[in-house]
Design a protein around this ligand. Sequence first.
Ligand code: NAD
Ligand code: TYD
Length: 332
Amino acid sequence: MRLLITGGAGFMGSNFIRYILKKYPDYKITNLDKLTYAGNLENLRDVEKNPLYKFTKGDICDQKIVDSLAKEVDVIVSYAAETHVDRSIMNPREFAMTDVIGTQTLLEAAKKYKHPLYVQISTDEVFGSVESGKFTEESPFLPNSPYAASKAGGDLLCRAYAITYKMPIIVTHSCNFFGQYQYPEKFIPLFITNLLEGKKVPLYGKGGNIREWIYTQDHCSAIDFILHHGKAGEVYNIGTGWEKTNLEITKLILGALGKGESQIEFVKNRPAHDWRYSLDSSKLRSLGWKPKYEFKDALLETIKWYKNNENWWKPLKSGDYLKYYEEQYKNR
Ligand code: NAD
Ligand code: TYD
């Protein structure tokens, strides 16, 4: 199979490329990535010389580049997106461009070259926040942040292309990712690396918000499963059932690094901070996929990885990154 992975230099895209090259030694992968602040070719150093892997720097909104690559592959798996909620509050336009127009550009190419499948990697955040119960694949889209709204726009275009042009498209809604190579602005790697640097951790509000979490390896296995066994035209939720408050996770990280709760700094809440995400993933599980990892083991593995890979994350936490933090709190 020849795959075009978009956003493959980011966190989960790079993990997926590594996973596929290892599991399917005859698959060809082209990675199209704009290399925004979140894209990092260091994430792929170990595979860059693999003759079955090729990298192209480019924007998914650029129809010419997208077409030239789509022509040579069977399936697009699209990870490329602007992904950080706090940044979307500060600069929504980039999110609308990449997550909506970028998706439309990819769909147009998949249509032109009559691909047998297009897979859109999306999020549970499109459903909004749920006090009790779980989101099913049929739950309405009620996004609350510009990030969630932009992802919802991309997902709705997938639906419209599938219906209007009868294209074979699958959309996935996953819970929150964590694991190696996650950019240290997201909750878990930010907190681990801050503590490793001797800094405090900025917990929003009272830390009571709840997220459902999935480890990198389990998300990769879910997308692999969907790529090979999913039904075109369907939507799949990808969840683990690991629901935790942010305070619970913070305490686990503090404990693992031998730090006390005095390292927590309760900071001003994120605007429109979704209270809880929770997915009903029984549809995918009924086909035969399930997660393999336990939350605590996966979190400890992740902490170990950040401890052992300071040379990966230290350079990321400087320059523009620090400016972004200053601005974020100034504007709240
Ligand atoms: P990430 O921010 O780590 O990486 C995104 C990648 O996309 C980067 O390499 C970036 O350079 C690239 N990119 C951004 N704009 C681009 C453009 N216009 N053209 C080409 N490349 C571009 O993202 P991630 O956390 O690995 O998330 C991957 C996907 O999974 C996203 O679609 C996201 O919405 C979805 N998702 C993420 C989570 C999560 O918890 N992080 C949960 C569910 C779903
Ligand atoms: P994040 O990793 O940004 O993912 P998302 O908002 O897309 O779920 O945040 C996860 C949770 O952690 C969310 O409830 C917000 C919270 N959080 C903090 O308390 N402090 C922080 O500095 C960050 C980045 C997030």
